[in-house]
Design a protein around this ligand. Sequence first.
Ligand SMILES: O=c1ccn([C@H]2C[C@H](O)[C@@H](CO)O2)c(=O)[nH]1
Ligand SMILES: [Zn+2]
Length: 140
Amino acid sequence: MKKEQIKKMIEIALSQLAYSYTPYSDFKVGAALLGKNGRIYTGCNIENAAYTPTNCAERTAFFKAVSEGVKEFDAICIVGGKGGVVTEYAPPCGVCRQVMMEFCDPETFQIILAVDAKHYDIYTLKEMLPKGFGPSNLTE
Ligand SMILES: O=c1ccn([C@H]2C[C@H](O)[C@@H](CO)O2)c(=O)[nH]1
Ligand SMILES: [Zn+2]
């Protein structure tokens, strides 16, 4: 990925922290998901008084895209921190990794974990979810 595109995704993910709804944990997460169509789908985490209905930022972004007919993706950028202050990486939870597995090629899908536009690392989905279960397991 080009550095400029990475920077743009980090800035968009950071901008989503403002929309994060977290009255219970105060842990704010923002995501920017890059479709193969070149569009970026945003997401924030949305908590709930019953706790379990909480939706992660990553899944908000995926579900927004899929609900608009977009099912192919190249990369996601994730940022997060208590009070919306990002001091370290916020890795995706297992449920979000599994949703990525549904729509993304584990060998090529890039997961950008960032603190700011200068401090980030990139992992493939395969690195973050080794031996994952996906759609191909049902057909092959
Ligand atoms: O992959 C993750 C993991 C956690 N969270 C959110 C859910 C909850 O609102 C808060 C604390 O778990 O962080 C995300 O948005 N993405
Ligand atoms: Zn998650």
